[in-house]
Design a protein around this ligand. Structure first.
Ligand code: NAD
Length: 394
């Protein structure tokens, strides 16, 4: 099959196996180029391990400190005439590379929200690793079937209280327009908190603790975002922001449970980046396109792998003492939030239009990175050649 990108709005419905493998290899090479992360984790569970920040965490753990990794993810395999989702190919590429380097890597493909997945993983840790010393919680999901009630909760990206009007960009067509989003009702807020809040992270940590598979001193980290005022109505103060507040609540509860054995749990606030999850949020892709331009010019631009390597190497391990903000969060969004960067955003935001999008923002860089998520545009990959889309999960 010859696989080309097919972009439909904010998703690409195809993915390229060799391209995804080349993308994973770029991330591995980056981590290796930085040298070992001293005192880094050795046995790691990553929940949401196939793309974005979770995949970058897994790669940093494996190739930064030689960690054995278990990864959980929910991806779609290939079907007749249709390639698998990128996380499927990424996970195969990661697993091949890790095993070739003599590292343990095991995958669990399925719904992380279920009780069954939790018991399977606890049993596997017990059998293969004994215990884990780091649990990374990096799920981004549009829905969750609650494991106890069976209720299906769907998350939404809406403001709370009043409707919100702002600029947004159709990243595929390059059209800047105004979008108005009506506020969420109480049920939508509760559903979003049920999907993206902290309950499932707490359930995971309880299952791991009850199963006796958390090593003394084990740490756990989950990821959040805050961002600039221009996106607050849709992010920080919107439905997703309320879910993230609940994730912060869970971090404190889990931290209190891990502390007695010398461990900790915390939230790392990460930078806004192009991922499958962020491209679905209105307004945010326009902000990301601006941010990329400003941070690339300042020489401070980072992708998922640079962010996660910085988190591990300068906040969690390497003899580092984590710097927590007043709310107890680690801030690797610090370079994004620098006043000079945000002052530029405030200046450009009102001026950007469809006509000057290419001049005022790095929309080209956004698109390039978006396509890379699906394995397209990677150097050394022949996109005109036949490729085998049906690859079994390892
Ligand atoms: P992503 O879409 O790239 O990755 C999501 C992962 O979750 C994938 O591995 C996917 O397979 C897995 N997943 C989804 N539903 C699942 C399920 N039911 N069972 C098992 N696995 C499932 O997302 P991302 O952008 O890397 O987001 C990860 C975390 O980082 C989220 O908490 C997000 O809010 C946070 N974050 C993202 C950004 C950003 O700009 N992208 C910034 C800061 C924080």
């Amino acid at each position: 099959m010859i696989i080309k990108p097919k972009v439909r709005g904010f998703v690409c419905v195809t993915a390229h196996p060799e391209g995804c493998a080349a993308h994973v290899q770029e991330w591995i090479d980056y981590v290796k180029s930085k040298g070992p992360v001293a005192g880094g984790p050795k046995k790691v569970l990553v929940i949401g391990a196939s793309t974005g920040y979770g995949l970058a965490s897994r790669i940093t753990a494996a190739f930064g400190s030689g960690a054995a990794t278990m990864g959980i993810f929910f991806e779609r395999p290939s079907e007749e005439g249709r390639p698998a989702t990128p996380g499927w190919y990424n996970s195969i590429a990661f697993t091949r590379a890790a095993r070739a380097a003599g590292l343990y890597a095991r995958n669990f493909m399925g719904d992380a929200f279920t009780h069954d997945m939790k018991s399977q993983v606890v049993a596997a840790i017990k059998a293969d690793l004994g215990q884990v010393d780091l649990v990374v919680y990096s799920l981004a999901s549009p829905r969750r079937t609650h494991p106890s009630t069976g209720v299906v909760h769907k998350s939404c990206l809406k403001p709370v209280g009043t409707s919100y009007t702002n600029k947004t960009v159709d990243t595929d067509k390059g059209i800047v327009s105004e979008v108005t989003i009506e506020p969420a009702n109480e049920a939508e807020i509760a559903d979003t908190v049920a999907v993206m809040g902290g309950e499932d992270w707490e359930m995971w940590m309880k299952a791991l603790r009850d199963g006796g598979v958390l090593a003394p001193g084990a740490q756990s980290v989950a990821y959040s975002y805050i961002g600039p005022e221009v996106t607050w109505a849709i992010y920080k103060n919107g439905t997703i922001g309320l879910a993230k507040n609940d994730l912060e609540r869970a971090a404190k509860a889990i931290d209190a449970q891990l502390k007695p054995s010398g461990g900790r749990a915390f939230i790392s606030v990460n930078k806004a980046l192009v991922t499958q999850a962020s491209s679905a949020i209105p307004v945010v892709p326009l902000y990301i396109s601006m941010l990329y331009k400003i941070m690339k010019a300042a020489g401070t631009h980072e992708g998922c792998i640079e962010q996660m390597h910085r988190l591990f190497a300068t906040q969690m391990y390497n003899g580092a003492t984590a710097k927590f903000d007043a709310a107890g969060r680690v801030r690797v969004d610090d370079w994004e939030m620098r006043p000079e960067v945000q002052a530029e955003v405030v200046k450009i935001w009102p001026a950007v239009t469809t006509e000057n999008l290419a001049e005022f923002t790095d929309i080209a860089g956004y698109r390039e990175e978006f396509l890379k998520l699906f394995g397209f545009g990677l150097k050394g990959v022949n996109y005109d050649a036949e490729t085998e889309p049906h690859i079994p999960m390892l």
